[in-house]
Design a protein around this ligand. Structure first.
Ligand SMILES: Cc1ncc(COP(=O)(O)O)c(C=O)c1O
Length: 376
């Protein structure tokens, strides 16, 4: 060992200070040990599972495991372009939309820069901003809904990006296309607006848009999408974005050369072709989201109206929410505590199978019988 190396003994590599300021993302919890029958309703996964075509594509892919995939994911981008009527050159795919969010942050945000997200916005935004060395700026929401004026009021010379989930997780609220357009129109040209449309396929409201037309007509709007939710492919990790060419160029420079794995691409293409499976998932949600909303509200538990495949339930306070969580968990019903989103009095419930949904209502009925949940 040289003298210098000796004098440095005990000194360890240290990440940038902002990295240590990140609270790691905690995923929705899974099955508790020993539970009889468990329904995981904590991660907004589809109760219908993946399309049979996607499962077959995965089996077929086994004979290609030794091959590097196409690093440009050209076939998948073509399939997405055909399905959604897009320009394939303006699509970048990745290892879940989480990766795309991180790539966007690391390409456009650096130390001294600010990026905005809303009060109860998806937690990955803050992580991605801090990981890039930027400063997270929180815009207040109004009635658990993003507020365009409040976002615009937070824009400064240092703002580089605005992240907005539409619909938002965990609130389930959404902004109509007119409000999103107002946001886009009023942002300075150097600020990139990231519209995270992870739940877009579930939204059936006529005034909703995932943001394609805004991407088409601006230089500073990106739409991100995922195969994790309605397509039931959370385990294989596949997401994508539709973005102006310059943004795609930046992302393509920094992404890993094979960031979309071959199995994910093959499975994604098959899933896109199974439109009947997609329609079934939409119909299931259309039946059970309103049913759960009505039944749970009738118990005196306030439910935020949701445009996604999940509901935010409001209890009297943190203690009661924790009690309800334990009560449901003991019955094999796993919901998501959302204290990390600034909502300690709430639990998030993913729409499940008919059996799961009925069990949730029955368990909450029993819970409400000896509690006094928050009344709206
Ligand atoms: C709003 C939102 N954006 C993005 C994601 C990430 O999805 P993916 O599995 O594609 O990384 C989620 C997942 O929970 C989400 O709720």
């Amino acid at each position: 060992m040289t003298e210098t190396a000796l004098s440095l003994a005990g000194v360890r590599p240290r990440p940038r200070p902002s990295i240590l300021g990140i609270d790691p993302y905690v995923p929705g919890k899974g099955a508790p040990p020993g539970a009889v029958k468990v329904f995981k309703l904590s991660a907004n996964e589809t109760p219908l599972g993946a399309s049979p075509c996607a499962k077959q594509a995965l089996r077929d892919y086994a004979s290609h495991l030794h091959d590097y995939p196409d690093g440009t994911a050209a076939a998948l981008r073509e399939a997405l372009a055909t399905r959604h009527g897009l320009d394939p050159e303006k699509i970048v795919c990745g290892n879940g939309s989480d990766e795309i969010l991180h790539l966007l942050a690391s390409a456009y945000i650096g130390p001294g820069d600010e990026a905005i997200f809303t009060e109860h916005g998806f937690l990955v935004y803050k992580i991605a901003i801090l990981a890039a060395g930027g400063t997270p700026i929180v815009a207040p929401e109004t009635d658990l809904r993003a507020d365009v004026s409040a976002i615009l009021a937070k824009v400064s010379r240092r703002t580089k990006m605005v992240f907005l989930a539409n619909p938002n997780n965990p609130t389930g609220t959404y902004l109509p296309a007119s409000e999103i357009a107002r946001l886009a129109q009023n942002l300075p040209g150097h600020v990139l607006l990231v519209l995270d449309a992870a739940y877009a396929e579930y939204v059936t409201r006529p005034d909703y848009s995932a943001g394609v037309e805004l991407v088409e007509r601006s230089e500073n709007v990106v739409m991100t999408r995922t195969f994790s939710k309605i397509y039931g492919l959370a385990g294989i990790r596949l997401g994508w974005c539709y973005a102006p060419r310059d943004v795609c160029d930046a992302l393509n420079r920094i992404r890993g050369p094979f960031n979309t794995n071959g199995a994910a691409a093959a499975v994604g293409i098959a899933a896109l072709q199974d439109t009947a499976h997609l329609a079934k998932a939409v119909a299931h949600n259309e039946t059970w989201l309103p049913w759960l909303t009505k039944e749970i509200s009738a118990l005196g538990i306030r439910v935020t109206p949701s445009a996604g495949n999940f509901l935010l339930l409001h209890f009297a306070g943190k203690a009661q929410a924790t009690e309800a969580d334990l009560f449901l968990t003991r019955r094999g019903l796993i919901l998501r505590a959302v204290s990390a989103y600034g909502l300690p009095q709430c639990l998030r419930l993913t729409v499940g199978t008919e059996e799961a949904n009925r069990r949730v209502v029955s368990a909450l009925t029993d819970f409400a019988a000896h509690e006094s949940p928050a009344r709206a």
